[in-house]
Structure formats: structure tokens, C-alpha cells
Write a protein that binds this ligand. Structure first.
Ligand code: SOE
Length: 390
């Protein structure tokens, strides 16, 4: 059977633009599914920047206006890597133009926006996905298999933290990820959203949350807005602007199943560059995972014989581990970029075969409901049920 070509238009050319571009290039190299991406055009407002990115990343053309990209009839899939406040307008327009959509997380600025986005893709009947790439770590997919096979029994606990430290310096500039009107929330939407996605995937739906948000550095130098993790601190003495999003977000959760959770997301955990971690405990066993050693899943089984009990380290890089077989012989490890390649392989298959993969806009909406419930809880100082914000 010949493979279907899926013609892509990508919006954004910085960190995520690079990660996504790389994944499009590598999907057909490692995966034999029914869809092969054709990198038609990349889009960004700065012509010199987007032109250079198109050349470097291997896109056939570039656009400086996303509306033009959506109008093009040589594009099947719109990939949204623009800042969060642009997601809804772009996604809804793309859906109305009949394009399939991949959108970066968090899906939207609010539950209301997320709901409109979901309605638009459903009405248009297009394939949609949200880019929660950590789901696609083989160790996470294997954790899901263990849980679904009952190896952990009933789940009691999840404790997850996502720890970074790139804005500890008070002279780090007021980039878009620190401005509420552009990003919606801080560590909450940027980092906890990933932990929420993993928790929904592995433990189930959230019922209610009780949270607190803190902003440690309330003003920062106004500088390069577009800078991300690699922006550098500006000098002292310049104009300052207000940081109106959370630097840290901490919340407790109850799940529909009766499990309980503790979540912490912060950009002020010195020494933790990308510490995305969790532990889950059940009646029959536990698992532990840490993105900084992403190929290892720690698994404890209460069934192990006395004297041999304890966490064992499973290297999730063998044929039996989901996605791992597409790459190298056992224990020839993979990294961050492969989480995107795996997700994109699912997306290409979904579009080629007319099935909607997960996580999709429905997951994005449910995630947004948890984010908004945490925000409301922090403001009101009480437990907030997830349906209350829906
Ligand atoms: C910045 O905190 C960031 O790039 C997030 O936006 C990503 O979602 C996360 O995977 C890595 O850190």
C-alpha cells in the first residue's frame, strides 16, 4: 500500500518549531505507518528569522502571516507552536478551513476557549491532537501497560513534580511565558499541565483540587519578549514590568477513582533544569519515573518474594516496550526529541487512517478544566471541583 503524504504548515520556529521540524523529518526514517509528512511551509512574523529557520529545518517555503498559511490548498495539517493566546483563533480558523490540527499545550487560555476549539474540530471532522509529548516516552507507555494489566492494583497516590530553574535570576527578562495576557498562567499551564496529562493518562480523571500559586519575583526587566529557556539575564537599571503569572504552583487533588495526588510545578527549584517526575503507589505495587533518566521505569511489586523486595530499574528500551522497537537495539538509548517523533508517528497514522489519536482536544479541554480549577481554588482558598469550572 502506498503511503499518504500529509502536507504540513507549521506556525512557530523557535524551541517548539525546532523540536517539531526535527520530528517531521525523522518520522518516516523510523516509522512505517501510513502517513508521511511533507514539510510545506513554516510561519513566523519575523521574515528574516522564519526564512532562516525554513532553510535550516528543511521547510519548502515560509509565510509571515498564519492566515495565508491556512488559506493555502497545498496544506493538510496546521501545527500550532505559537504562544498560547494565539491557539484558539488559529485552531478555529484552521478547523473551518478543513485542516487537521496539532496544537502545543496548554490548549487554550481558558476552559471557554478550549471548549470552542473542541467544538470547531468536531464540527469540521478533522483530526486533532495536543502535543503532550511526555506521554510518548516508552517508559510512560510501559507504565500505562503495567497499570492497565493490574500490576499496581488499585491506585492510592500520585505525587508529581515538575521542577525547573531558568528564571531564578531576578534580572531574567519579562519573556512571554511570564505575561498572563500571552500565556494565561505560569508554571501551572506550562509545567503542571504536563503532570496533569500524565496523571489523567495513568491514574484517571480529576475530581477536585485545592491549590496555591506564588510569584516570587514580581517585577522583571522589560526585554526580549520572545526569549525562552535560553534567554539570558539583562543588566540592572532598565525599565521593569509586572510578572502577573505564577512562578510556582502547588495543589492537592482527589481523583474520580478515589486516588489522591500532590502536584508541584515551579521555575524556582535551583539545580533542576527539567525535572519532570512522579511516583504512583497502588495496592499491589508502585512505579517511579524521572524525565532526566527518561528510559528507566522504577517498578516495585508487592508480589516479589521476601528478601528481594524493592524498586527494580527497568530499561524500557527493548522490542516489548512501546515505540522503542522503532529505534535501536536494546539499551541503545533515545532522548527528548524522540518523544516528539513518537507522538508525530501517531498523528501521521491517525490522519492517514482517519482515526483521532490521543491526547487530543478533548484531553486538552479536560486538562484546562483542572488548570482553571487550581487557579480558582488558589483565589478562593478552598477545594474546587473540576466540573465547577466546566
Ligand atoms: C518551558 O518551561 C518548557 O519548554 C515547557 O514549555 C515545555 O512544555 C517543557 O516540556 C519544557 O519546558
Amino acid at each position: 500500500m502506498s503511503k499518504r503524504q500529509i502536507r504540513v504548515g507549521m506556525i512557530g520556529y523557535k524551541f517548539m518549531g525546532k523540536a517539531h521540524s526535527h520530528a517531521y523529518r525523522d518520522v518516516p526514517f523510523f516509522f512505517d505507518g501510513g502517513g508521511v509528512p511533507a514539510m510545506q511551509a513554516i510561519c513566523g512574523r519575523d521574515e528574516a528569522g522564519v526564512k532562516a529557520a525554513a532553510r535550516k529545518f528543511g521547510w519548502a517555503s515560509y509565510e509571515t502571516d498564519w492566515r495565508k498559511l491556512i488559506e493555502r490548498d497545498d496544506i493538510d495539517l496546521i501545527d500550532i507552536g505559537a504562544p498560547n493566546n494565539a491557539h484558539a483563533e488559529i485552531a478555529i480558523s484552521a478547523a473551518r478551513a478543513g485542516k487537521h490540527i496539532l496544537c502545543e499545550k496548554p490548549l487554550a487560555m481558558s476552559v471557554e476557549e478550549a471548549r470552542r476549539m473542541l467544538e470547531a474540530v468536531n464540527e469540521a471532522g478533522v483530526v486533532h491532537m495536543i502535543c503532550h509529548n511526555y506521554r510518548f516516552v516508552p517508559a510512560i507507555q510501559y507504565a500505562k501497560k503495567l497499570i492497565d494489566a493490574g500490576k499496581l492494583g488499585g491506585i492510592y497516590h500520585i505525587r508529581a513534580n515538575y521542577l525547573q530553574d531558568w528564571i531564578i535570576d531576578p534580572n531574567f527578562p519579562l519573556v512571554w511565558r511570564l505575561k498572563k495576557e500571552v500565556c494565561g498562567s505560569g508554571a501551572l499551564g506550562d509545567l503542571a499541565a504536563h503532570s496533569i496529562d500524565l496523571a489523567r493518562y495513568l491514574v484517571g480523571e480529576f475530581k477536585e483540587v485545592n491549590g496555591m500559586l506564588e510569584t516570587f519575583v514580581k517585577e522583571r526587566p522589560i526585554g526580549e519578549m520572545s526569549g525562552g529557556l535560553s534567554a539570558s539575564a539583562t543588566g540592572t537599571g532598565g525599565a521593569l514590568g509586572t510578572v502577573d503569572v505564577d512562578d510556582a504552583s502547588i495543589f492537592m487533588a482527589r481523583f474520580e477513582s478515589g486516588a489522591v495526588g500532590v502536584f508541584e510545578a515551579t521555575r524556582f527549584a535551583g539545580g533542576n533544569r527539567n525535572g519532570n517526575r512522579f511516583e504512583i503507589n497502588g495496592t499491589k505495587g508502585s512505579i517511579r519515573w524521572d524525565m532526566e533518566q527518561m528510559n528507566t521505569l522504577h517498578y516495585y511489586s508487592a508480589d516479589d518474594e521476601a528478601g528481594q523486595q524493592g524498586f527494580r530499574a527497568i530499561n524500557c528500551q527493548e522490542e516489548v516496550h512501546p515505540f522503542a522497537g522503532a529505534y535501536w537495539p536494546p539499551a541503545h538509548i533515545i532522548g527528548y526529541e524522540h518523544t516528539f517523533i513518537n507522538l508525530f508517528a501517531e498523528l501521521m497514522d491517525g490522519i492517514a487512517n482517519g482515526i483521532n489519536p490521543a491526547p487530543n482536544f478533548e484531553d486538552g479541554l479536560r486538562n484546562q478544566m483542572v488548570l482553571e480549577a487550581v487557579q480558582r481554588s488558589a483565589e478562593a482558598g478552598r477545594w474546587v471541583s473540576v466540573t465547577e469550572v466546566g
